[in-house]
Design a protein around this ligand. Sequence first.
Ligand SMILES: *Cc1c(COP(=O)(O)O)cnc(C)c1O
Length: 398
Amino acid sequence: MSEGAGGHLRFLGEQLAAWRGAGTFQRLRVLESASAAESRFDGRDVINLASNNYLGLTTHPKLIEAAIDATRRYGAGSGAVRTISGTMRLHLELEERIARFKNVPACVVFQSGFAANAGTVSAILGPEDHIVSDALNHASIIDGCRLSRGKIHVFEHKDHAAAERILAGLASAPGRKLLITDGVFSMDGDIGPLPQLVAVAEKHGAIMMVDDAHSSGVLGRAGRGTVDHFGLDGRVDIQVGTLSKAIGVLGGYVCGSRDLIDFLYHRARPFLFSTSHPPSVAASCIAAFDVLEEEPERIENLWDNTRYFKHGLQSAGFDTGMSETPITPIMVGDAARAHAFSRELFEEGVFATGIGFPTVPEGKARIRTIMTATHTKLQLDRAVETLTRVARRMGILG
Ligand SMILES: *Cc1c(COP(=O)(O)O)cnc(C)c1O
């Protein structure tokens, strides 16, 4: 095999070999069907506990029809970034739709939730400013904080008293302050202490920002997210959400005041320097918000399945960590063991991802399961039975 230009990248190969040796090298599983409750990966039909397709919208006929119709009318791509010539009527319609749904004045859609977080935090803050951030916030928030070059103060997970102490200590410091948290934490499935954090932000004059990637379509009335769930309308300055998870398509959005959105039009770098969504994506997302309001039973089914599956896991003796949402980790501890558990489950027809460092802290490796509205009770019984059998065999369950 060629070493390439003088083997300058040999260190990458050495690192990969080390990961292979440690059992933490991950081969990508290839999805060969639609993403659904039961899907085909690598030639095998498995119960899919590894997607963020909470409401089963990836395969909803209305979303599919909307994409086909928009593609026929408006083509496959938008042709430019939003600020040049890539703002289509459909993009604006989607943003108006989301703003109405979230009960806020305005909304801007980004190419992904990652771009929404990274682009927003880095646009509104600078080196003089301070960011107070939960230790388990999503990587896209962390990257946005770093890109802003503001000073980052991390508080222990969900410790609002610690957040308050940090802000109190910054009372006379120059610069703006941002208090930022995930609404639902993506690896543990627990809910951020929003009422307390909002009160802390108000008391100390900090901007309050919530990333509702895993709560949009899941928590709150018709899936309006954690701000609605806790009755905090009008008290959170910046709400981020994703269109890639429960909404079933692709994209991220920022909701807030008209000024916030107009400012982001001028300064958010992914908005300025990366091409907008194809018409099919915008049209499918609009259809998804219709479905959220027309088919409330999807969210009911999601939560019914979540309770059923969690109860099954806990009865079998699994440690499901801090979860209070459809994201349910099964704690394993050692990363190599978590990955091995995931691989053996897959061979027996259940797909749940192994997750280790750096996605979660060392020693907190797990497999992560995500429930959807479209799993059947039969599938869930089979999943719990398989999980239990494999975990016993591997000594993960006593
Ligand atoms: C998934 C996720 C994102 C990124 O969303 P994408 O649309 O997939 O880019 C952002 N924040 C959190 C908390 C997430 O879980």
